[in-house]
Design a protein around this ligand. Structure first.
Ligand SMILES: C[S@@+](CC[C@H](N)C(=O)[O-])C[C@H]1O[C@@H](n2cnc3c(N)ncnc32)[C@H](O)[C@@H]1O
Length: 250
């Protein structure tokens, strides 16, 4: 399944996204977690960009992800007694004994669901696992028609040292199906190891959404109401917005 992240991506994930993403969404999600008055579930918790900080600040947080390699990295960041808080599970059918006050799916987790029936299944399953008045917060990027029509051809979007004098580079290719709203992504990682240059490529698909499709989907779900924001500062959507930040109320 193309949504399962391979170990090469898990290995370099924090190095890459601490540089290119942390300043965008970290304060927002950490604040939402700390404000929650009850247990929190992070869906698609990945390597624990938010999870490990939230846990060390005392949050009653749990995590699920479908990629074992991502959770292996996360488990190395948290105390062994907290490993039971994370499990390999899918947003569409996870099982948990408790109901959550807040469920979050940060950084485009939802875009890995390429079929409408899976998107609805996920929304309704999250809904059913919230306590009364619980919130589900997730995000999606807002499609840029110019970028989508051009695509990307082997563009190096990251270069950095993962250990002193050992460099990793990432090259991205994106071919976009504008009718079916799918990004076909290839990520090639190239890194120095024992004097050799190693390379691995991962293929994945992301489903992009336009505003009213997203709204119709939310209206078809079990959620009683939702709000859409255009960034992580709570600003309304505008023609300049780059992200849909979605807050659904049970
Ligand atoms: C871009 S990463 C985001 C990780 C983390 N939330 C962050 O902000 O750094 C997307 C994550 O979603 C996970 N994922 C994709 N599809 C999923 C599904 N159906 N159920 C649970 N997790 C999923 C992937 O394994 C990956 O770890």
């Amino acid at each position: 399944m193309s949504a399962i992240y391979p170990s090469v991506f898990a290995r370099f994930y924090d190095l890459i996204y601490d540089r290119i993403r942390a300043g965008v969404d970290s304060d927002f999600f950490l604040e939402k977690i700390s404000e929650a008055k009850g247990p929190v579930l992070e869906v698609g918790t990945g390597t624990g960009r938010f999870f490990s900080t939230a846990l060390s600040h005392g949050a009653d947080i749990y995590g699920i992800d479908i990629s074992p390699a991502m959770l292996d990295v996360l488990k190395n960041r948290i105390p062994a007694e907290d490993h039971k808080r994370v499990s390999v599970q899918d947003i569409r059918e996870f099982k948990h004994a408790v109901k959550f006050r807040l469920i979050i799916a940060p950084f485009r987790v939802f875009m890995h669901l390429t079929e409408t029936q899976d998107q609805l299944k996920a929304l309704n399953h999250v809904h059913d696992n919230l306590s009364e008045d619980g919130l589900f917060i997730f995000d999606l990027y807002i499609p840029d028609p110019g970028l989508l029509s051009k695509g990307l051809k082997n563009v190096m979007d990251f270069e950095g040292e993962y250990e002193p004098e050992k460099v990793v580079r990432r090259f991205v290719t994106a071919e976009n199906d504008l009718v079916n709203q799918i990004n076909y992504l290839s990520m090639r990682f190239e890194w120095d190891e024992d004097g050799k240059i190693l390379s691995e490529t991962w293929h994945s698909e992301l489903r992009f959404f336009f505003r009213y499709e997203l709204e119709y989907l939310l209206q078809r779900s079990k959620f009683s109401s939702y709000e859409l924001f255009g960034d992580y500062q709570g600003n309304p959507l505008s023609s300049a917005s780059k992200e849909f930040v979605v807050v659904c109320r049970k």
